[in-house]
Ligand binder design. Structure first.
Ligand SMILES: [Zn+2]
Length: 249
């Protein structure tokens, strides 16, 4: 099972009350899996599961140092360092790329901080981002255009100036946040997934260019690529982790 929250993958517990499953912390999922299915349980954070799926079966095969970033409703992240899934002492390591601040003057995030990557550029934050952008009142979004990234990228591609400015701002936020992750975890490749990757043709070159100009990295040291298994990476990753759990039991 993969969850969009912090997961203790040793004791098989959810560590943070996520709004989608606010009673799940108290569930004995290990006992449930044993009683219902007669099998051991593997549990992980959803971004870590997706990273393992891409590592074993997708865009990261054969590499030992990977960063996975999923940009959708929020921004999820995970890191593989020297062939090991990074977890840290509180199971946070690598997972909080969406809550690393990229703007200390930014908007309030649902985590309590300000200017997180996620509150500066994600689907849940986009309606507020659009309203704070100068020129909103005259923009297509004040006149009924749906406040989502599909509309932002579609209008920007057609040259609409307000959408272009919002697209540029979000691209800068993602590139800044992902460069922070590159500095933190020193990957060979960054794999990006999530709903916004319908616009990968704009997003990937922008982020690759930002990383190519980062002074601390050798030329062409880090490749920025799209996820190869956008729908199945989490399942494939949990399959790999479940097999390891079975081998241990
Ligand atoms: Zn945050």
């Amino acid at each position: 099972m993969a969850f969009p929250t912090i997961v203790d993958s040793d004791q098989m517990r959810l560590l943070y009350k996520y709004t989608k499953y606010n009673d799940a912390n108290d569930l004995d999922l290990v006992g449930w899996a044993k009683a219902t299915w007669g099998v051991p349980l593997a549990m992980e954070n959803d971004a870590r599961a997706a990273l393992v799926g891409e590592w074993q079966h997708g865009a990261g095969t054969g590499l030992d140092n990977l960063v996975m970033v999923t940009i959708g409703t929020g921004v999820g992240s995970a890191a593989l360092v020297n062939g090991r899934l990074l977890k840290g002492s509180h199971y946070l390591a690598g997972n909080l790329g969406g809550h690393m601040a990229v703007n200390f003057d930014g908007g309030r995030c649902n985590c309590g901080n300000v200017g997180c990557l996620e509150s500066e550029a994600s689907s849940w934050a986009l309606p507020g981002i659009l309203k704070r952008q100068p020129g909103y009142a005259e923009s297509p979004f004040a006149k009924g255009e749906k406040p989502d990234f599909e509309a932002v990228f579609r209008l920007a591609a057609a040259g609409e100036s307000f959408a272009l400015a919002v697209r540029e701002r979000c691209l800068e936020a993602w590139a800044t946040g992902i460069l922070n992750l590159v500095y933190a975890y020193d990957p060979e490749r960054v794999v990006i997934g999530g709903g916004v990757m319908h616009s990968a043709d704009v997003i990937l070159p922008f982020i690759q260019n930002k990383i190519n100009h980062a002074a601390w990295l050798p030329a062409n040291a880090v490749e920025v690529v799209a996820a190869q298994e956008p729908d199945w990476a989490g399942v494939l990753g949990m399959g790999h982790l479940a097999l390891k759990t079975i081998q241990k039991n």
